[in-house]
Design a protein around this ligand. Sequence first.
Ligand code: PLP
Length: 864
Amino acid sequence: MKAFRRFTVRVPLPDRIADLAPLSHNLRWAWHTPTQELFATIDPRLWSSTGDPVRVLADTDPTRLVELADDEGFVARVAEAHADLEQYLDAPQWFQRYAAESSGQDGSAHDRVVPPGIAYFSMEFGVSEVLPIYSGGLGILAGDHLKAASDLGLPLIGVGLLYRSGYFRQGLDHDGWQIERYPVNDPADLPLTLLTPGDGAEPVIVEVAMPGGATLSAQVWVASVGRIPLLLLDSDIDRNDDEPEGAALRAVTDRLYGGDQEHRIAQEILLGIGGVRALREYVRITGRPEPTVFHMNEGHAGFLGVERIRELVAGGLDFDTAEAVVRASNVFTTHTPVPAGIDRFPADLVARYLDADSDGKSRLLPGLAAATVAELGDEADPGVFNMAHMGFRLGQRSNGVSQLHGAVSREMFADLWPGFDAADVPIGAVTNGVHGPTWVAPAWRDFADGDEDSAPEVYAGLSDETIWRTHEELRAELVDEVRRRALASGLDRGFTHAELAWTADLFDPHVLTIGFARRAATYKRLTLMLRDPDRMRTILTDPDRPVQLVIAGKAHPADEGGKSLIQQVVRFTEEPELRDRIVFLPDYDISMARFIYAGCDVWLNNPVRPMEACGTSGMKSALNGGLNLSILDGWWDEMADGDNGWAIPSAEGITDEHRRDDLEAQALYTLLEETVIPLFYRRADDGVPSRWVEMMRHTLTRLGPQVLASRMVRDYTTDLYCPAARAYESACADSYAGARDLAVYRRTLETGWSSVLVAGVEDERREDGLWITAHVALGDLAPESVAVQVVLGRVGDDGEILAPTFTDMTPGPDRDASGRVVFTALVPPSASGHLGYTVRVLPRHPQLSSESELGFVRFPATTG
Ligand SMILES: *Cc1c(COP(=O)(O)O)cnc(C)c1O
């Protein structure tokens, strides 16, 4: 019988262990081993089956809790864990020191502004497996961002959606075809608190207008991720039933990436617009400082920008000034170089949601012209609204997620800055990182007592033997986990225990273990390793130097191609001679990921370069001493150093993708056969592969610190959040004088830039260098409000200036006969060889983050 309705009864905890409640409720336990051990003590079996403190407390027999309340040792551990949590939540951290430094309190003078609050919006957050509101890399990254922000003491607030079914749980049918299950999350069973204005008060409800006069309502849950509040909007409430199409409104937050475009746009509107409204309520209720910096984690969050503009317009600003304020303080991060991965909507769908009234004003964003908002998503294709374009247009600062991805993004979005070379497109890069305390196995973390900063030095001092044995234990744990999961998966697929007896000896704890776990997106090439199945078979089953391979990953429910790749892999793993050496584990998530990263010797990644924006799984492996075997894509492109793993050569020039796959697969096999496998099995008398261990040590000490989320969040703070906070301050000062000035300036550029001309350019070589003169027509612009520059450098065969230097030109006092301003510069000869130069005019304004920001540039009519 199925339950008609479900409900939860909570037995109050005995007083002496009552602090277990806050310990279960703050997700900090997810990266605090002593707290995890505390919950494991309560009921080891419940803990290992759920990994969830809230469930452990709810499902443990009350008599057991009474018994524990009498156990002095246990009571002391609860008190200690609770004291540790309190101290963690309050103690000044890196951010507080950085802020003190910035304000000159420590005696040093800095010209920095630190934000009093930062809002971080994301469609998904992967904080813990108990809160399944993530699908993969993007969500885990957002989760790691919050955790590191908490550790560093940032005043950050996360904003997202609470999906009733989250992302799907993956199973396999008898034939190895992916099946999707959508377990329902009951918020009562999750570590969440409903946002209310006070105890016993009605929950806060956020409203967003929907087409046709309907109203979408959502309540707001708050999760505590250490010291970071994470606000999650939830539309599954009775109030929506009163609306026409109420069921659809309720269902807006039913699933992550589950519906059609209509469903998705409603989600993104709720996230961006509803999210800002929820944030305002939260700040009002808690008295926290208002965030001045807003971070859009991918284009999904782009609507937050227009909602912020709406607020300012409602407060009396004109659109342009409001836009200048919002741009100054928005940070936009793009996450994909795959065009299909960019979030785009049909323009007419967006228009329907913007819902213009007879005056052209949007009902979704009262006070704003629907057409003006629609333009923010313009792209080359006129029928499309591009969320990434809106993100770039409404974020004065933007970045890709690795150095290579920054460069690829500058190319990919160069259209937004016409006239600029890709190199000058103002998109920067902050390379992703992963949260150490979450992803470093306790066995490694314990060496340095959990102190990330001293870990490299401590690892450097460990003996080869210690490093190797530590890793071997983690590999053995992985083997146990593989067996357990393979059996469970086999049973789930309908095989019998008898048929699955072999899983008891699946894998060998002493064999070279390679991991490959990632979404089954085409560019990630799940099946590249099967390109030559015979060769792979030989590698896996070598009697003397065998290899075992653990594979995991979900395909998007609508991606039949991805599912068929998974099936191909599953079928390969079922060959009788291979099944002990290669396994596909369904339902890749955080709980599985931890075992694989910690236990594998080698982490394999073979995307089609440069489609992997960053990739983070290899970083997690590296933090546990795993060696990466990867195409030079994403983070690996900048961090591979020859001693921390191996680069699979990529055949990028080859346009025939089959041939490219063949070549890269062969390169992979050859690396395995000739380099990786021999090195792993080259043992001294004590059984330790010393050269291998040397590479592990190098990885732990040198690569480890670079791939941490704490490094990433510090980079965001110093390079983006603080400059944005400063820009916001100067935009808002003196009743928005700065923003107003910039808005007026921008309008002047928009109307007057067409009159800007570089008319005559002359040069003269003298003793002291090259004197260059340019006659520049400026229309209504003053000479101080533009930058006129000489761009000089070697010239390539095609006439392109390579690696140019830029020299500002100085305006003369007089104008020429045609009213043009005469600019001059002396450029000292910097190089020999074939040189060339040109002159360019750019906007210049103190409120701009860069001269290319607004996309205006003018060159001489013909460059010779
Ligand atoms: C780290 C992680 C990912 C992302 O890995 P990529 O290398 O970026 O593909 C996806 N899923 C889980 C469960 C992870 O832990």
